[in-house]
Design a protein around this ligand. Structure first.
Ligand code: BTN
Length: 321
């Protein structure tokens, strides 16, 4: 049914009334199947559909469908040369899909965006939950000649790329080490980076990004959505802007590493000079004052035992007080 539901959703995306008869005719199916698909759009996808006798069906909120042509239309010439963009209605996880290409071939610059993920993944084994149309979810596959050992600052660079774009659009986002984006202290976006390769190089990297357009409900932490700051940009246009920025920043990172980005990153840090607690999967937490990031993207914290350095992956951070 989900294939049929996506087809009917496509027909309704413009937010106008469409009769069941016309949809059935266009899709070459019965009106009963259209009715069942509308039911699935409401129950499985969580979208509201008005049904009015004599007029047909209408989505309560128009649906800005992800489309390759619309995404490509926003790419700069340099960026358009690098990115190969694909869009899927539904996948397990865009990261999982692209990781399958990480070792197998030499593909570079692949982008996969999805309307829905059935097994979206977050950092540290968590799940990433997003309802249809409420989030921009995509992954990119990028190859570096640098080895894994030199990619430690990459997640911060990606966070900064997103922050640059969103701030230009009018969302005053901040960065939470290592790579969350916060709006008014609430989580707006997350990044999941997965690596494949050798310590000395080359390395393949899958960078997965989820940006809430509308804040998700039933999540165990405070969340935010871009709609809160009045940003009405379509997800296609937003993705193109992000790909342009990522193309530029990943290319620069390849040559120069994280250090040229350090001061800009720290200026946007939500926890700079604030009391923080560092927690680990094992052992007691460590409290201190966040003092910025090192040239390799590690977090510097002043503790009662003196300055300490924390590397992403091994630890999570939260503000104290
Ligand atoms: C986090 O904050 O823990 C990271 C969240 C990353 C979510 C994105 S959504 C697109 C891509 N595919 C996934 O399965 N995860 C990332």
């Amino acid at each position: 049914m989900s294939e049929q539901a996506f087809a009917v959703l496509h027909a309704l995306a413009d937010g106008r009334f469409h009769s069941g008869e016309a949809i059935a005719r266009d899709l070459g199916c019965s009106r009963t199947l259209v009715w069942q698909a509308v039911h699935a759009i409401e129950t499985s996808f969580g979208l509201s559909v008005y049904s009015v006798r004599g007029q047909g069906y209408k989505l309560a909120r128009p649906f800005d469908w992800l489309e390759v042509a619309a995404i490509r239309a926003g790419l700069t010439p340099g960026s358009a040369e690098v990115w190969t963009v694909a869009v899927a209605n539904q996948v397990d996880s865009t990261n999982t899909q692209l990781m399958a290409h990480a070792n197998a071939d030499e593909l570079h610059g692949l982008v996969l965006a999805a309307e829905l993920q059935t097994a979206g993944r977050g950092r540290q084994g968590r799940r990433w939950l997003a309802s249809l149309g409420s989030c921009l979810m995509f992954s990119v596959l990028w190859r570096f000649n640098r080895g894994l050992a030199e990619l430690a600052g990459l997640s911060l660079v990606v966070g900064l790329a997103l922050a640059r774009v969103l701030r230009q659009l009018g969302a005053p986002v901040e960065l939470k080490w290592p790579n969350d984006l916060l709006l008014d202290g609430r989580k707006l976006a997350g990044i999941l980076i997965e690596l494949s390769g050798d310590a000395l190089g080359p390395a393949a990297v899958v960078i997965g990004v989820g940006i809430n357009v509308y804040a998700p409900e039933n999540i165990d932490q405070p969340t935010a959505g871009l709609n809160q700051c009045g940003i009405r940009l379509e997800r296609n246009a937003l993705l193109a802007l992000l790909l342009n920025e990522l193309h530029q920043m990943l290319s620069e990172f390849e040559v120069q590493g994280f250090s040229p980005f350090g001061s800009e990153w720290m200026a946007l840090s939500s926890h700079q000079d604030q009391p923080v607690r560092m927690s680990f999967s094992h052992g007691a937490p460590v409290d201190g004052i966040a003092r910025g990031v090192a040239d390799n993207g590690a977090l510097l914290v002043d503790t009662v035992d003196g300055p300490r350095v924390f590397h992403a992956g091994e630890v999570s951070m939260r503000r104290l007080g």
